[in-house]
Design a protein around this ligand. Structure first.
Ligand code: DHB
Ligand code: MG
Length: 222
């Protein structure tokens, strides 16, 4: 068994032991195969982590950037309960269609609203509408736009808002200061922006598992 197989086996052990993924949720995860980006949704243990984060922060207004098949939004919606509102931004109509069917099937359609279009534009609309601040923001879309997403998220935040950014390690590429990959450049700019913003407290973790070597960055607005 090579190392990545061991990472996957450990993930499967914890998921089988601890993560309660019902049939509808499993179907939503599997339906990412019908999106334009199969298999890049969060792993079940990350979904459960998102649900716990929602409950730990008592989040009721949740903003997600990057819907895909809706798997992560369903975890957050179920954890947040029926009074919660989730706005999830998706660029691709084909993905949004798959996600909407999953929201209908899993009984969270009342709580979750998909905003179709470039997320940077949707976020500017929310700012212009003077949308009430969000309690939790999950950024998990095109990584090159992460600096813009962070700036917009800050304008849609209040003291205490938690911002979680997925995929900030990318096989360790984040440490490559000379990378020409726009996604790595975007991630490194995100990290620099977080560091430079006095209002923010942050940390970041590497993870290994079913999805290989990656990680996330966790931020609190003070
Ligand atoms: C990719 C994007 C993700 O959000 C993820 O969790 C894994 C991979 C990608 O664009 O390759
Ligand atoms: Mg991701």
């Amino acid at each position: 068994m090579d190392t990545s197989e061991q990472w996957a086996e450990v993930d499967r052990y914890f998921i089988d032991s601890l993560v309660d993924e019902d049939q509808a949720l499993a179907a939503a995860r599997e339906s990412s195969a019908e999106t334009l980006f199969p298999g890049i949704d969060v792993a079940p243990n990350m979904g459960a982590f998102l649900g716990l984060l929602v409950q730990l922060t008592a989040a009721e207004r949740i903003l997600e950037i990057g819907t895909l098949a809706g798997y992560s939004a369903i975890w957050m919606a179920r954890a947040a309960g029926p009074q919660a509102q989730i706005i999830t931004c998706e660029l691709e109509q084909a993905n949004a269609r798959v996600a909407q069917a999953n929201f209908d099937r899993t009984g969270v359609a009342e709580q979750v609203e998909i905003r179709l279009g470039p997320a940077a534009e949707t976020l500017q609309q929310l700012i212009a509408e003077q949308a009430a601040p969000f309690d939790l923001v999950f950024i998990d879309a095109d990584k090159r736009s992460n600096p813009a997403y962070l700036q917009a998220a800050l304008q849609l935040s209040r003291p205490g808002t938690v911002i979680l950014i997925d995929n900030t390690v990318r096989n360790g590429q984040v440490v490559d200061a000379d990378s020409a990959d726009p996604d790595i450049i975007g991630t490194r700019q995100l990290v620099a922006d977080i560091a430079a913003e006095k209002r923010l407290t942050a940390t970041a973790f590497q993870t290994v598992g079913l999805k290989g070597w990656d990680g996330f960055t966790l931020v609190r607005v003070n």
